[in-house]
Design a protein around this ligand. Structure first.
Ligand code: NAD
Ligand code: TYD
Length: 356
């Protein structure tokens, strides 16, 4: 078995679904089900004995001890995190609790379990930590993309908490010998993406006739990675990555935010035109910028290609078309996540007409 944390969130759920579509090996899925965790993401696995879902916290040492002893996984894939930069600006407590303290407790529990394994199992064991390119900070427009050797310069509470977790993972390898792997990926997009992040928010707001809030001048640049490509990269690193190494995972798709929003609008104009015949672009509204907003991220993904033969399969054009089509085909999913905590968050976030 493998043991996945945060497997009811966006990337984790895509990973679990892709894994079980391709493997007979089962998955224990530990997820706290915060606002970002959605069990409907996994409803196609109902009744599938290969998927064991447990609601719980990666910081719950007693629970971790019980689950590891019971299921005896050969690997951990750690997705669980607080993941939204804007939320970390409003309040960082949960980010420190989960991303820093939670990762520490998970590492300690796993170390206890791993230390007691027989020699062959111990050698084959892996702890894969899923992290972000945001730990590297912001790039000048003409600076080379982030390599794995780039200095850590996190600028937001979110990226600082992820940087701290990466350092803990590194230290548990160097000090305790835990066989770790770390992946630092760029902005994911695709099905099941919670509509507080740029792409799904623009799709659902556009369809609801709401403003499309672009922070500042919209010229901030991100690299975009289709989520199933990211899942494939994680499977490959788990299978063949060198212990103790970091792999940057990117889509080779650097885009300015405004151009992303234009693309989303244009696809919606084609696939689900507005009744009044106008373009969805008419709904674009520039709002106050995010405090400390990183100007540019870019990933140099040559190491994972050179060492492990991984390259993304999707272009941005193919991935964004699939993504928009998925949201159009799943209005029930959208309605479901737009209840309760999600609605409260969105009204608090945009009530003042700005990002924070
Ligand atoms: P997400 O917010 O959609 O999902 C996070 C999941 O973790 C949720 O299901 C949530 O319930 C769960 N969780 C939160 N706190 C927990 C805790 N204490 N114990 C157990 N479960 C907990 O996030 P995502 O976009 O799927 O991101 C997954 C991972 O990938 C994160 O570590 C994130 O930092 C990293 N990452 C994401 C992106 C991206 O573009 N989404 C980019 C780079 C890295
Ligand atoms: P986001 O999806 O929150 O990811 P991250 O901050 O981790 O990169 O945001 C992507 C980019 O889009 C980022 O530069 C902020 C910007 N953005 C907006 O302009 N408007 C929005 O409503 C949101 C959510 C993000």
């Amino acid at each position: 078995m493998i043991f996945v944390t945060g497997g009811a969130g966006f990337i984790g759920a895509n990973f679990v679904l892709d894994w079980l579509a391709a493997n007979q090996e089962g998955v224990v899925n530990l997820d706290k089900l915060t606002y970002a965790g959605n069990l409907h993401n996994l409803s196609s696995l109902d009744g599938d004995a290969r998927h064991v879902f447990v609601q719980g916290d990666i910081g719950d040492t007693a629970l971790l001890g019980r689950l590891l002893a019971e299921h005896r996984p050969r690997a951990i894939v750690n997705f669980a995190a607080e993941s939204h930069v804007d939320r970390s600006i409003h309040g960082a407590e949960d980010f420190i609790a989960t991303n820093v303290v939670g990762t520490f407790r998970l590492l300690e529990s796993v170390r206890g379990y791993w230390s007691a394994l027989a020699a062959a199992e111990k050698a084959a064991f892996r702890f894969l930590h899923v992290s972000t390119d945001e730990v590297y900070g912001s790039l000048a427009p003409d600076a080379p993309a982030f390599t794995e050797d780039h200095v850590y310069e996190p600028n937001s509470p979110y990226s600082a908490s992820k940087a701290a977790s990466d350092h803990l993972v590194r230290a548990w390898h160097h000090t305790h010998g835990l066989p770790v792997l770390t992946t630092n990926c760029s902005n994911n997009y695709g099905p099941l993406h919670f509509p507080e992040k740029l792409i799904p928010l623009m799709i659902v707001n556009a369809l609801a006739g709401k403003p499309l809030p672009v922070y500042g001048d919209g010229q901030q640049v991100r690299d975009w990675l289709y989520v199933s490509d990211h899942c494939g990269a994680i499977r490959r690193v788990l299978e063949a990555g060198r212990v103790g190494e970091t792999y940057n995972v990117g889509g080779w798709n650097e885009k300015a935010n405004l151009s992303i929003v234009h693309t989303v609008c244009d696809l919606l104009d084609e696939l689900s035109p507005r009744a009044d015949g106008q373009s969805y672009r008419a709904q674009i509204t520039h709002v106050a910028d995010r405090p400390g907003h990183d100007r540019r991220y870019a990933i140099d993904a040559r190491k994972i290609e050179r060492e492990l033969g991984w390259r993304p399969a999707e272009t941005f054009d193919s991935g964004i078309r699939k993504t928009v089509a998925w949201y159009l085909a799943h209005p029930d999913w959208v309605r479901d996540v737009q209840s309760g905590a999600y609605r409260e968050w969105i009204s608090a976030q945009y009530a003042q007409g700005g990002a924070a």
